[in-house]
Design a protein around this ligand. Structure first.
Ligand SMILES: [Zn+2]
Length: 314
């Protein structure tokens, strides 16, 4: 089974993805974007939130769900440090001595950590072992029809400290000013989850953990997505720049084989997704789950999880 989610969310005055600091200026991530204006194409630079940033939030959410369900999470991942068994030093925490067989290495990592099972890993030593992530996430980008209105603006902030230092004339205020570039846009992104890849070797060694645990791991993966979207705990600087807004639209599709919702950056994405699903249903005689809402996104996610439960998948 394959789950694909299209999310639209409004975020005003957010600092969810900062890329660099030059002096006292912190810059928001921006990407070139192709838009059509008066029948002509042009490139504009728009605020964006990287897939890496969203993936980190998802995996952190997965840590908590997995631990809550008594599923294994390795020491590094439990701290939110996603080294992913990248070298001998990190892999030795899972198995020592390290075997020469890549299938054994893969099985050890999958058994000992749900995050690396779902989020993939790369052991870059001999023999190198790589596992693709079972989930995929796009950048969050402003929706096409409103991209020209998306902005990134610097906001001035100041820090003060009353100085009593000798050598200074009286009580002078020590002031530091700094700028944080904030973005404002209606963003869209896509999240996919290949439920068939969870708990199963990507090197052809079949299931690595028992069927019952595979189902529990799938459930944890779905709950993590649910929680991440519902709590809006993604991106940076939430403590002072928690975005003003929220999810405006959510579309969920569950199919037997990989199928990705039409990107929510297009206004017609719900209709197009539905039409594509109908064609697939007719051509391959495959059932699917589809739901969309602009009211309560949690309701759509709940229904999708129920559908998978009915199918005996979680
Ligand atoms: Zn881990």
């Amino acid at each position: 089974m394959f789950l694909s989610v299209g999310v639209r969310f409004e975020a005003n005055v957010e600092a969810l993805n900062m890329v660099e600091t030059a002096g006292n200026y912190t810059k928001h991530r921006r990407v070139p974007y192709l838009v059509e204006e008066d029948g002509k194409l042009k490139t504009v630079y728009v605020p964006a939130i990287s897939g890496e940033s969203l993936a980190h939030a998802y995996q952190w959410s997965l840590v908590k769900e997995a631990l809550g369900m008594n599923l294994p999470v390795c020491e590094d991942c439990a701290k939110g440090e996603f080294f992913k068994s990248m070298n001998k030093a990190h892999l030795k925490k899972k198995i020592d001595p390290i075997p020469d067989d890549s299938k054994k290495i893969e099985a050890t990592i999958i058994k000992s950590c749900v995050i690396e099972d779902v989020g993939g890993f790369l052991y870059a030593e001999k023999p190198p072992v790589r596992r693709s992530s079972a989930f995929q996430v796009s950048y969050a980008l402003p929706i096409k029809s409103m991209a020209l209105f998306a902005t990134a603006e610097p906001q001035l902030h100041a820090r003060h400290a009353q100085m009593d230092a000798k050598g200074k004339k009286g009580n002078v205020s020590e002031q530091m000013i700094y700028y944080v570039e904030t973005g404002t846009a209606l963003y869209g992104f896509t999240f996919n989850l290949d439920l068939d890849a969870i708990g199963v070797s990507s090197l052809g060694a079949g299931p690595i953990v028992p069927e019952e645990e595979i189902r529990a791991r799938r459930e944890a993966s779905l709950k993590a997505l649910f929680r991440m979207l519902s709590s809006a705990q993604f991106g940076a600087k939430l403590s002072r720049f928690f975005p003003v807004g929220g999810i405006t639209e959510l579309t969920v599709v569950v199919t037997e084989h990989p199928f990705v919702v039409t990107s929510p950056i297009y206004d017609s994405y719900i209709e197009r997704t539905k039409k594509r699903l109908e064609v697939i249903k007719e051509a391959f005689r495959e059932e699917y789950f589809f739901d969309s809402t602009n009211e309560v996104p949690e309701e759509v996610l709940r229904k999708a999880i129920e559908y998978l439960k009915e199918k005996g998948y979680v």
